[in-house]
Design a protein around this ligand. Structure first.
Ligand SMILES: CC(C)(COP(=O)(O)OP(=O)(O)OC[C@H]1O[C@@H](n2cnc3c(N)ncnc32)[C@H](O)[C@@H]1OP(=O)(O)O)[C@@H](O)C(=O)NCCC(=O)NCCS
Length: 215
């Protein structure tokens, strides 16, 4: 089988983890990392770090996966790549558990050890990092980042560009009244969310309280 050429956008720690995640994937040949700040000859985990111009010139048909944790940066990079017709595969670690009743959008990454149950709708360029659980009837809109060890209970709807910090827990909503997280909300590491977060801002603590608002 001919493997599809793939570059990972980003060259930091998470990008290297995505290379690991893809290492047993039979469909893609990872050619390297893309960095907007690369140095000549730079390597990461044995792969070259190139700039975006290089990829445009040498691999204009390739697939790109964006491994940058910050939601808004990821959105900007996705829009740039999309305008040039690069393809975005959906990437899952081979060891994750997924039911048949899940849709996951282009560019999204589900990392090792995660468990997603049923009737789940995940948008584009969403990251679900290591060892997360996502319960029934959850929606996660595009560009949202779910950090390692997060537990999202059933009937929770996360908006776009949400950042959920490591080890946060979000308790369940109901079918008639889902627990909703507004676009652009940041949930600090270790927070426990007990009710909808409707104001765009940073929430932290147990239970999670609004610490500051964003424009
Ligand atoms: C929330 C976070 C992003 C910090 O954001 P920030 O805008 O720099 O926030 P600040 O440091 O100004 O803190 C604002 C307030 O929130 C509190 N706070 C921040 N993070 C907190 C946390 N994890 N738990 C409890 N309180 C927290 C601060 O103590 C401060 O409280 P105060 O106003 O009462 O003094 C960071 O603390 C965090 O939790 N990051 C998650 C990192 C992560 O999970 N990365 C994943 C890597 S794979």
């Amino acid at each position: 089988m001919t493997k599809e050429v793939l570059y990972i956008y980003g060259a930091g720690g998470f990008a290297c983890e995505v290379a690991f995640l893809l290492s047993k994937n039979a469909h893609y040949e990872i050619k390297g990392f893309i960095s907007d700040h690369n140095k000549p000859g730079q390597m990461a985990n044995g792969l070259p770090v190139v700039n975006f111009d290089y990829v445009q010139t040498h691999a204009p048909q390739c697939a790109i996966v964006i491994a940058v944790g910050d939601p808004l940066t990821r959105k900007k990079l996705a829009q740039k790549c999309s305008a040039l017709a690069f393809k975005f595969p959906q990437i899952n670690h081979h060891g994750i558990e997924l039911s048949d009743f899940i849709s996951i959008g282009a560019g999204s990454i589900i990392c090792a050890g995660s468990l997603l149950t049923t009737n789940i709708d995940i948008g584009e360029h969403v990251h679900v990092n290591l060892a997360c659980t996502v319960g029934h009837d959850v929606k996660i809109a595009s560009y949202t980042t779910v950090s390692p060890g997060v537990h999202i209970s059933g009937n929770v709807h996360l908006g776009e560009n949400v950042f959920v910090g490591t080890g946060a827990n979000i308790i369940e909503g109901t079918i008639d009244s889902p627990l909703t997280i507004a676009d652009g909300v940041v949930i600090a590491a270790g927070a426990c969310v007990l009710s909808s977060l409707n104001i765009k801002g940073l929430y932290a603590g147990v239970p999670a309280k609004l610490k500051k608002t964003f424009d």
